[in-house]
Design a protein around this ligand. Structure first.
Ligand code: NAD
Length: 517
């Protein structure tokens, strides 16, 4: 082979695989570079302390599954089954029915080849309950500043990678909120809407049975997240403390409990309320919040509470998207009526905004093009992509959800000068009031909602102001806050600024306390 036949090329170096976690950590690396984060601290924070994966099994209940019309026609002559204890039938959002207790006992049941017809005329196939197994996770990211802290998510699309990203976010968030916790996150790979209430209770108890060895009131403290709530927290507390002689000292094992069993006043609304405190502070430098319009994604705990508080302050909600659809009303959506429609309407099995009479249905893709002052994403991560960021017609994004904006979208938003209140401060209200709940449990106290909110307001606004000062490179000391220690000598984005604040606070623990070798 002559020299002229040789082709010279450089083989590209192997590229690390991009995952939700590596994407979420991009901002960590940027901020770490900005402040010249100590090399060993960086290694400590780059990966979680522990990644637990375990399995939860349970016995499911018998269920009735509606059959397709063709199949149903074969059973049209089947006499109707009259169920004596209709309370034992639990209707799921997807049309299946769980048979609780002894729902069919004492009823006149007409069954042929496992099929029966209910008074509605619908033909169902009776599927006997079998045992099922679910994959569960708890990632404990970092505890330099205090016990691991973070939510429990029940959702079909979870993974170790996602929980690693969410647990790391909690480490940053607890540092930003200045609460003495680290970061953790976990949950179960399950679609809770496909299971009955008692099934979810059994799964939760079994989950805590396995989790108990990994957590503790001063070790790791779970809380609600997507797909879980105060009811689930109550069961987790019960299972953790059952039979323990000092069970009342264990109330702080989970936060987000009902106020009647040791939960804090103001906790249910806290994340939405905290977000509004940031938004209020953002507008304090400009005009008032009154009359400002916003669009919203997610009408669950965070979205619905933020919407209720914002509209209560005179803002107008123009459009909402949730898992099942999108609604729009250019004159402003009546939020109290929407809350009633979603949460107090037994016919609305999916608890969706879809079908709300006070607004029109639009396509999800149209949500992003509604002109408004602000967008509040309060659903899942990764929803605002680069393409969507190009279309948005808002001036400000206040991130209620965790990680709703992809790194590519972030670059687009910066180029388009759309302001951002990043998740790790915007939704830190939840963990802040979780901390108040944990202290109240330790001290066996109960604070008023006014007490909780005034502490929360101060905490949110103080830390948000530090972040804005870092962003504008204007270190200063006022009655409320001191940002001088944190500025980096140049202007940075608010997301970078929030991460700088987190890393400087965490790094101080390592540098002042040292390493245990
Ligand atoms: P939730 O389960 O109460 O509500 C979730 C909402 O998102 C529902 O309205 C659901 O319909 C909607 N949704 C789900 N999938 C969707 C999709 N693909 N497209 C559009 N909408 C979808 O959950 P939540 O507690 O309100 O949490 C919402 C977000 O806020 C999550 O990212 C969560 O991690 C974050 N967060 C929650 C808290 C808290 O205290 N609850 C605290 C901090 C951050």
């Amino acid at each position: 082979m002559s020299e002229s036949e040789i082709v010279h090329m450089r083989v590209p170096p192997p590229q690390p695989k991009k995952t939700v976690f590596t994407e979420a950590m991009e901002i960590f690396h940027r901020a770490a570079d900005l402040i010249g984060l100590d090399k060993r601290v960086r290694l400590e924070l780059e990966e979680p302390d522990y990644e637990h994966i375990f399995y939860v099994s349970t016995k499911l209940k018998d269920r009735l599954v509606p059959v397709p019309a063709e199949e149903a026609a074969k059973f049209s002559d089947l006499p109707i089954t009259q169920v004596r204890d209709a309370g034992g039938l639990e209707m799921l959002a997807d049309g299946k029915i769980i048979l609780n207790g002894r729902a069919l006992l004492g009823s006149d049941v007409s069954i042929r080849r496992g099929h029966l017809r209910l008074p509605s005329g619908t033909v169902y196939q009776l599927i006997p309950g079998e045992s099922a197994r679910f994959k569960a996770y708890r990632v404990q990211h970092n505890q330099a500043r205090g016990p691991y802290k973070g939510g429990i998510r029940y959702h079909r699309e979870v993974s170790l990678d996602l929980f690693k990203a969410l647990a790391a976010e909690m480490t940053w968030k607890t540092a930003i909120a200045e609460v003495p916790f680290g970061g953790g996150k976990g949950g179960i790979q399950i679609d809770p809407r496909q299971y009955g209430r008692e099934e979810m209770q059994a799964i939760t108890l079994r989950f805590m049975y396995r989790l108990k060895a990994l957590i503790g009131t001063n070790i790791d403290i779970p809380a609600p997240d997507v797909g879980t709530n105060g009811e689930i927290m109550a069961l987790m507390y019960r299972q953790y403390s059952d039979g323990e002689r000092e069970r009342h000292n264990m109330r702080g094992i989970v936060t987000g409990k009902d106020t009647r069993i040791g939960g804090s006043e103001g906790r249910v609304k806290a994340t939405g309320q905290g977000l509004v405190y940031c938004v209020e502070d953002y507008f304090a430098d400009r005009e008032s919040l009154r009359g400002k319009s916003f669009i919203l994604q997610g009408f669950g705990n965070v979205g619905s509470n933020a919407a209720e508080i914002l509209t209560g302050m005179g803002a107008r909600l123009l459009a909402v998207n949730d898992a099942d659809g999108t609604i729009y009303n250019g004159d402003g959506i009546d939020v109290p009526a929407l809350l009633k429609y979603v949460y107090e309407n037994p016919g609305n099995l999916k608890k969706s905004v879809l079908g709300f009479p006070g607004a029109q249905k639009i396509e999800k893709k149209d949500l992003w093009e509604v002109q408004a002052d602000m967008l509040v994403p309060a659903a899942l991560g990764g929803e605002i992509t680069g393409e969507i960021a190009e279309k948005l017609k808002v001036k400000l994004i206040a991130e209620g959800a965790n990680g709703p904006t992809t790194p590519e979208a972030d670059r687009v938003l910066q180029r388009r000068a759309i302001d951002m209140i990043p998740d790790i401060i915007a939704n830190a209200g939840g963990v802040t009031v979780s901390y108040y709940e944990w202290i109240q449990n330790k001290r066996m106290e109960g604070w008023t909602e006014a007490d909780v909110n005034s502490k929360l307001e101060l905490a949110m606004k103080r830390n948000y102001r530090i972040i804005r000062d870092i962003s504008k490179n204007t270190g200063r000391r006022t009655d409320m806050h001191d940002s001088r220690r944190f500025v980096v000598g140049k202007e940075v984005s608010t997301r970078e600024a929030a991460m700088v604040l987190a890393l400087k606070r965490i790094e101080a623990h390592y540098l002042l306390e040292g390493f245990s070798q």
